[in-house]
Design a protein around this ligand. Sequence first.
Ligand code: MLC
Ligand code: AMP
Length: 503
Amino acid sequence: MTDLNLYSIFEKKFVADPSKIAFELDDGTIYSFSEILATSARFANLLVQSGARPGDRVAVQIGKTVEAVLLYLACLRSGLVYLPLNTAYKTAEVDYFLNDSEPSVLVCDPRDLDMIKGVADKANVSTILTLDAAGKGSLITQSADLPDTFETVDRASDDLAAILYTSGTTGRSKGAMLTHNNLASNAKSLVKAWHFEKDDVLLHALPIFHVHGLFVALHCAFLSGNKVIFLDKFDLDTVVRQLPRSTVFMGVPTFYVRLLSHQSFGKDACQNMRLFTAGSAPLLEETFNEFTDRTGHAILERYGMSEAGMISTNPYDGKRVAGSVGHALDNEMRIADDNGNEVGEGEIGILEIKGPNVFKGYWRMPEKTASEFRDDGFFITGDMTRIGDDGYLRIVGRSKDLIISGGYNVYPKEIESYLDEMGGVLESAIVGRPHPDFGEAVVAFVVADNTSQIDEASVIAFVKDKLANFKVPKQVFVVDELPRNTMGKVQKNELRKIAEQTA
Ligand code: MLC
Ligand code: AMP
């Protein structure tokens, strides 16, 4: 049945008002829903013509354009599995993702073609298409004369719609497999919980290669037939200028910290706004309070992850509590100890969840998948949580060694393994410290082996060459040794204290 294809649910809204504006860019360029229907059909025809078959992966590493969103819709329509990659990823990172996922199609920026071609050939990618930051490339030219209709491919609810790679605490990144039903059920829950109506206007400034910008923001808008003011990135002045024309804005905490730093941001900019949501990283209580004082709006904080979309949210109508992530959406939640036994009321434990939003497993990692699910089907999130006396969920820490910088996840283990390979480095440890803009900053501690000279600049240059820019340490300490406990384990708490004191 085609209505189990996520696209078919969106399409009902697109065809209801085809002349309505679906996307508006900052320069005034507009795309109507009829253009969305036609262009995504042309892209779908091209993908099928290239030989891609339902279930095949389409990896994309491209800038933020409406055409990129339409490519996503085209993948849904043709039953292909969309696999977005952060544009900051460097060759070594892309190499891993392509080899692991074995996509049949890769879409990249024409600027990266030379770099990516060798990697793609090695991974047996059969078709490479291009799309640049202005929405031009072979994807457009090759699809220009193809039919602008396409019969959406039937999907069963547990067929894959997307794979999102999340870095692992122990080395290899894992591809979280998300089904059509995972995405559809979560989108429906959010539209209801956040009271989306057809006249809402979403101001979109998030990247579109992660859950937040791609699924949470765009799915709410698609499911409600909304106009989206589509910005290519978060630029403070542009956001403040476009806010009065919008009703909903979604951001990582860094967006709100930056908005508060803007001299003329206040009630005027928010005159038509009905909802600000925040997530992907903890929103500081001081940001929540200052934002309320300045604008009269209480930011609605919600919590989620690649493996499950949105898990909990503060209420739309009830009290939004600073420092909390509200109540469960449409999944069951329980707080348990390491062995899966529920902890007592008000106690801290790891959040476990079960529901239609929870992913199908990690791509080609059955053992890893099995180890992160309990026998009764609950998924172990790795987030340390507690329910307060008020019944609201709080994220109090992480059982996984993870830093969240500006809403991007950084796994220390990954940087450490690269640094340990650097000439002159004996060993390394990566920790996070508070950062006024990014929430947390990556800090490196390296022990030199004295075979060659190393300093902060050479360590930064080494990482910058290999890994995405948000993983590059903001500060480096060259130390004689790493503090260890009696078991020989590096005491990261000690390092965090040093990093915080010398920030
Ligand atoms: C950029 N830089 C970062 C960074 N972003 N460093 C650390 N952390 C980041 N997040 C680097 C740049 O490379 C540059 O380095 C320097 O910092 C300053 O860059 P900038 O111009 O200030 O950065 P900007 O382009 O403005 O980007 C910052 C940002 C962006 C916050 C707008 O990072 C962003 O859009 N973040 C959103 C991430 C997101 O969508 N997360 C959702 C994940 S989904 P140099 O050395 O070149 O000067 C998820 C699930 C859920 O988690 O619950 O939602
Ligand atoms: P990702 O793997 O990129 O999807 O990141 C998911 C992780 O982000 C979660 O496991 C949490 O640790 C964190 N996260 C998301 N939303 C929040 C929030 N509102 N508060 C604190 N942490 C959050």
